[in-house]
Ligand binder design. Structure first.
Ligand SMILES: *Cc1c(COP(=O)(O)O)cnc(C)c1O
Length: 374
């Protein structure tokens, strides 16, 4: 059997080990230290827009703290893109709030502005104004920034921007992760850069960043004794892992370029296979192409390709199963137009790592061509 081709595997740049060694040499083996501060400032410089970054233990923790900073609590409602990874929605439940799922549009596969407005109006008419909106830049593709933020502004609802998959993506030249009242990033093992596990909160309000760090370090008040006036969390990033992050920031742009090359290679290789369709970037959008995705004609063909590639030891994955289809969220209110159900049936994520070799990319293309006998 040929070696396994993964969907998206970690890709070290080379300097990570020396940052880790430095953490050991200086004995900064703790959830604070110079690498945490350095990683935060690397991210701030990269994102620009006067961003303040708090490095955390995961993207999920970042969404949880983001909801707390937006005062989401028991009994509240939070609007969330249905087509996403469960981590976008779970923290709503951690807060005892109710997720309200909103379907996608076809151009970016992200939150549909029309459905969003329908949902907001309906929730208000039922007596509760949503406390926050969580749109997602799925697979790195920026959501409809202007439309979504205009609606949010019109109804005066804050946006928690889930940019877990979109570090390196831009809209009209502005980096994803800087559009929301609060944004979050993830550095999980399969993301565009990784610290093995990690995440961050991004905000333009220094006070909010400070509050995020305070809550992430057990909400310890300024006092000699351990004084607590609110509930805290243990959500800070380890200084060892932040060292990996500093090394990864040096190669982030290379990772984006490599993933975009993968996408271009697939698109060109399959241009004669009518059954496979790709989604282009709308005007103004620049996607990091975290994952290269194709649309097939049917669920049957999607599964046919997936299982056929499995026999070649190639990992692929259906697009995220929408949250409104998940058993755990079956009772959550939902505003559905059929788009994400259709995408889930037909869509497949192809191997997309920035470390794929030419030989590996060719193996994927050959295996898919074999399926279509093309
Ligand atoms: C990965 C991911 C998260 C969660 O990040 P973790 O660091 O794995 O906790 C949240 N939202 C989306 C869309 C993701 O892909």
């Amino acid at each position: 059997m040929e070696s396994k081709i993964w969907l998206s595997s970690p890709h070290m740049g080379g300097k990570e080990q020396s940052y880790i060694n430095n953490a050991f040499e200086t004995n900064w083996i703790a959830p604070l230290g110079p690498h945490v501060n350095g990683f935060e400032s690397d991210l701030q410089n990269y994102l620009n827009q006067d961003s303040h970054v708090a490095a955390l233990s995961s993207g999920t923790a970042a969404i949880h703290l983001g909801l707390i900073l937006l005062n989401v609590s028991h009994g509240d409602e939070v609007i969330c893109q249905s087509k996403t990874f469960s981590a976008s929605a779970n923290p709503i439940a951690y807060q005892g709030a109710t997720p309200i799922f909103v379907d996608s549009e076809k151009d970016t596969w992200n939150m549909c502005p029309q459905q969003l407005e329908i949902a907001i109006k309906d929730r208000i008419s039922k007596g509760k104004k949503p406390k926050a909106i969580i749109p997602v830049h799925l697979y790195g593709m920026p959501y409809k920034i202007e439309e979504i933020h205009n609606i949010a502004k019109q109804y005066d609802i804050p946006v928690l921007e889930d940019s877990a998959e979109a570090l390196g993506s831009t809209y009209n030249g502005t980096k994803c992760g800087t559009f929301g009242d609060i944004a979050i990033l993830s550095f999980n093992g399969n993301k565009i850069i990784t610290t093995s596990g990690g995440g961050a909160i991004v905000t333009k309000d220094l006070k909010l960043k400070e509050k995020a760090v305070f809550l992430a370090t057990q909400a310890r008040e300024k006092a000699v004794e351990y004084l607590h006036a609110s509930i805290g969390y243990n959500y800070r990033l380890s200084n060892v892992l932040a060292g990996i992050g500093r090394g990864q920031m040096e190669v982030l742009d290379d990772h984006v370029a490599a993933r975009r090359r993968n996408y271009a290679f697939y698109k060109d290789s399959f241009k004669t296979i009518e059954e496979l369709q790709f989604v282009e970037e709308p005007a103004g959008a620049f996607s990091n192409r975290w994952l290269s995705c194709v649309l097939t004609p049917s669920q049957e063909i999607r599964e046919g390709i997936r299982t056929s590639l499995e026999t070649y030891n190639i990992e692929t994955r259906p697009l995220w199963k929408p949250m409104h289809q998940q058993p755990v969220f079956k009772d959550a209110p939902q505003y559905i137009n059929g788009v994400s159900d259709e995408l889930f049936k037909k869509g497949l994520c192809l191997p997309s790592g920035s470390n794929l070799t030419e030989n590996e990319l060719n193996r994927v293309v050959s295996a898919i061509k074999m399926y279509f006998r093309a």
